[in-house]
Design a protein around this ligand. Structure first.
Ligand SMILES: [Fe+2]
Length: 294
């Protein structure tokens, strides 16, 4: 064997790239070789030491350990590094539809289906809020029977899945739009929260003196036959941290002004005592691309 057969500091990046030469998928090959380029470039540019590399490997190891069905620390990491927001912004290029937005780490697919105007509040604290609007197609026509998975924080800024020992779902569920394409639910005003601070991402935020806060928002995942699914968030205009969100989520088209309702007749029509807050938001979907899942 000649020395040429072994990796050197100069040629290791090209060597790793070459290991993907036989990859049958051109796209997978492109993603993997570019990932190698950037990972190696990162290590070279920073002069990454063995100790720092080990810290990074341990960081990812602990992110895996603290993750479970209700908590995805890698999603928190992706959000905090702006990767989620960047991918969503790229997905939205030249789109007419409502902007997509971060899925976040607290989505649950298997939740109950709620009736129209369901009341999610129970006897718990929080500012009463009517959340309603329409789901529309690309040409503005309402879409009846669209499925909406909605989830938000309770009054203390935690999601139900973050409350230890809680054995029921709160402030989340599947909604259906009515024949006019309208969805409506009685809930509470969502509350802003910090990224989870008890795991490696929280440790990183503290060590780098970053703000951990997210503005208040409601998450939506919308599916309708013949349309691309939409994952997004809607932000009340009066919430703090719209412009310094740890996850870089807000877009102008997703921020909406809440309206305070004091009219008793309007309250009676929707089953809420005044005053309450009304947040109205219409979603615009785009047609499904043939053969595409998204
Ligand atoms: Fe969230």
């Amino acid at each position: 064997m000649t020395p040429m057969a072994y990796a050197t500091r100069e040629d290791i990046t090209a060597r790793v790239r070459a290991t993907f030469d036989a990859c049958p998928s051109q796209r997978l090959k492109e993603v993997m070789t570019t990932l190698v380029d950037h990972l190696h470039g990162f290590a070279r540019e920073t002069g990454l030491t063995r100790q720092e590399w080990l810290l990074g490997v341990d960081f990812l190891f602990r992110a895996g350990q603290i993750s479970d069905a209700a908590r995805n620390e890698f999603m928190v990491l992706s959000d905090a590094l702006g990767l989620t927001a960047l991918v969503e912004l790229m997905e939205d290029a030249d789109e007419e539809r409502t902007p997509t937005n971060n899925l976040g780490p607290f989505y649950v697919e298997e939740v109950p289906t709620l009736p129209f105007n369901a009341d999610l509040r129970g006897d718990r604290p929080g500012t009463p809020m009517l959340l309603r609007g329409r789901v529309l197609g690309a040409d503005g026509e309402p879409i009846p029977g669209a499925s909406i998975n909605l989830w938000q924080t309770q009054h203390d800024g935690r999601y139900d899945v973050q409350v230890p020992g809680l054995d029921e779902y709160r402030y989340r569920g599947w909604l259906r739009t009515d024949p006019q394409g309208v969805y409506q639910v009685r809930t509470i005003k969502p509350v802003g929260y910090t990224a989870p601070m008890d795991g490696p991402v929280g440790q990183m935020l503290r060590a780098t003196a970053r703000s951990p806060w997210r503005p208040a928002h409601v998450h939506f995942l919308i599916r309708a036959a013949g349309h691309r699914p939409l994952i997004t968030e809607v932000y009340p205009q009066d919430t703090p941290h719209l412009e310094d969100d740890v996850a870089f989520g807000p877009r102008a088209a997703l921020v909406v002004a809440p309206v305070e309702v004091r009219d008793r007749d309007e309250g009676a029509r929707v089953g809420l005592s005044v005053p309450f807050v009304k947040l109205e938001f219409d979603f615009k979907l785009s047609p499904a691309e043939p053969g595409s899942e998204r």
